[in-house]
Ligand binder design. Structure first.
Ligand code: BES
Ligand code: MN
Ligand code: ZN
Length: 507
């Protein structure tokens, strides 16, 4: 999302902030003593709210009061509960999103978010988290409505009483960048299948790269045939829309030869299931089956803008999965670019097919470390629900690096095993592997399939089937596409110092 609004950091007293709404985090038995004069400036509004039990500081609960005192510039103050006085980066980010959603609902023109306390974590990191959260709160999901009720706030301030304004503005810039790249990914995931075809997806990648140092390469069908991308071509056969392999290169001058981070994102712009057609109920949701690919594209833009000093290559196999007259059928055998043959048992297990060829392509581009992000299995949703992303991969040290990056970024992930024994479930009688492993541990057998194509290269897989879309709104998250994965991938690219040495088989 290209936002029209401006955001900046301001170091000043709270009374000096000339905004419609001042958002202040609060907690149980909070006195607000560190924001001198604020309680008094509301002519008893806040103290009354406290005695009525309206201001309790429970997580995401809010309480609003009008500022009446002469000399105080903010028009109103909105307290938002953090649940506990212990501030964390994650909490600050979420409370900031709650603040922005409230500011938009109240149709204000300007909003300031007040940073409080730093209990061990630096103020600058809080400023970054606040900027990120505020930006995430700006996401607009109803963009196809002809009459929109939606409101955008034009002036956004991250404010604090102390701190270095230059450093704070730098943090706000970073947070805003990562937030807006997440929103870019959300915008793409939100697009209907008829609007975001593989060709349009490729155009979006080019548009995102405009004015950056990224180089975008789009591999067309003819070249896929030359390269032998039989899995991607196979899935695309059922559709009239030509497939695109979108490749985005971040190769800063004087970057070291290794590591090269390969980010692979599932880009199925609509998944009907193909000949193994899905039931009609909720099939419309399958427009977001390219959320992993969108996350990779969003992350690539942030990685470029943050001047990450290592090479990163993003690979997004984009296609529809439809049951056309030339579609692949159960029983068909496809030959992958890697040379392995695949028996198609279920055409609805298309994600692992397109990713198999994409992982091969990322390695061909020199990737020494792989991560894929994919709305891959309903089984992962059964296992972890809509809260947690499934994490798979090997070696363990590489998986651990992704886990750490996700923790820092605030994406919830949890590891599931890829023990060799699970590989038995995808053994085929006629080909090297088959594309389904039955009902048992279906998220794991999908990962086992990808592992065949990752080979010896350190590889991790994020199954975001349950986390890429919020079915219901939460106080800190709008209903709709979540942008999951973007922040984790950016964090991982930034942290190469801690994983660059991880090699194949090093546990
Ligand atoms: N795109 C789906 C997985 C999915 C399910 C994403 C729910 C988001 C929400 C994937 O292509 C799929 O159809 N997977 C099948 C595989 C099965 C046929 C082996 C599944 O998990 O049911
Ligand atoms: Mn499918
Ligand atoms: Zn799919």
């Amino acid at each position: 999302m290209k936002s029209q609004s401006v955001m900046r950091a301001v170091v000043s007293g709270a009374s000096e902030l000339d905004v419609d709404l001042l958002v202040v985090p609060t907690w149980e038995s909070d006195t607000l003593d560190d924001v001198p004069g604020l309680v008094a400036a509301t002519a008893g509004g806040l103290s009354d709210a406290r005695s009525r039990g309206e201001w309790r500081g429970k997580a995401y609960e809010s309480c609003i009061a009008t500022v009446t005192k002469k000399g105080w510039k903010p028009r109103r103050v909105l307290l938002i509960g953090t649940g506990s006085p212990q501030q964390s980066i994650e909490r600050v980010r979420r409370v900031a999103t709650v603040g922005m959603l409230a500011a938009r609902a109240r149709r204000v023109t300007s909003v300031a978010f007040w940073l409080r306390g730093d209990s061990g974590v630096g103020l600058n990191q809080f400023a970054e988290a606040a900027a990120e959260g505020l930006t995430l709160g700006e996401f607009e999901s109803g963009s196809w409505k002809t009459e929109t009720e939606s409101h955008a706030v034009s002036e956004i301030v991250v404010a604090t009483g102390t701190g270095n304004s230059t450093a704070l503005n730098e943090s706000v810039w970073r947070g805003r960048l990562v937030g807006s790249c997440s929103n870019d990914a959300r915008t793409m995931a939100n697009e209907p299948g008829n609007a975001l075809t593989p060709a349009v997806f490729a155009d979006r990648a080019r548009a995102l790269a405009e004015g950056t140092g990224l180089r975008v390469e789009v591999i067309e069908r003819a070249e896929m045939e030359t390269l032998g991308l039989g899995l991607l071509l196979g899935v695309a056969r059922g559709s009239a829309e030509p497939p695109k392999l979108i490749v985005v290169h971040h190769a800063p001058e004087s970057s070291p030869e290794a590591p090269v981070l390969g980010l692979v994102g599932k880009g199925v712009t609509f998944d009907s299931g193909g000949i193994s057609l899905k039931p009609a109920d909720s099939m419309e949701q399958m427009k977001y089956d390219m959320a992993g690919g969108a996350a990779v594209l969003g992350a690539m833009r942030a990685i470029d803008q943050l001047r990450v000093p290592i090479r990163v290559v993003g690979v997004v196999p984009a296609t529809e999965n439809l049951p056309g007259g030339r579609a692949i059928k159960p029983g068909d055998v496809l030959r992958s670019a890697a040379g392995k043959t695949v028996e198609v048992i279920n055409t609805d297990a298309e994600g692992r097919l397109v990713l198999g060829d994409a992982l091969w392509y990322a390695k061909r581009c020199g990737a020494t470390h792989l991560v894929d992000v994919a709305t891959l299995t309903g089984g992962c949703v059964v296992a972890l629900g809509n809260i947690t992303t499934g994490l798979f991969g090997s070696p363990d040290r590489w998986v651990e690096a992704i886990r750490e990056a996700a923790d820092t970024a605030g994406d919830r992930v949890w590891p599931l095993p890829v023990f060799d024994e699970y590989g038995e479930q995808i053994r085929s009688d006629i080909a090297d592997v088959k594309n389904t492993g039955g009902r048992a541990a279906s998220a794991i057998t999908a990962a086992m399939f990808l592992k065949v194509f990752a080979g010896d290269t350190p590889w991790a897989h994020l199954d975001v089937a349950g986390t890429a879309w919020a079915d219901k709104p939460r106080p800190y998250q709008a209903k709709g596409p979540s942008g999951v994965g973007v922040r984790t991938l950016v964090e991982l690219a930034c942290a190469s110092g801690s994983w660059g040495e991880v090699g194949a088989g090093s546990d």
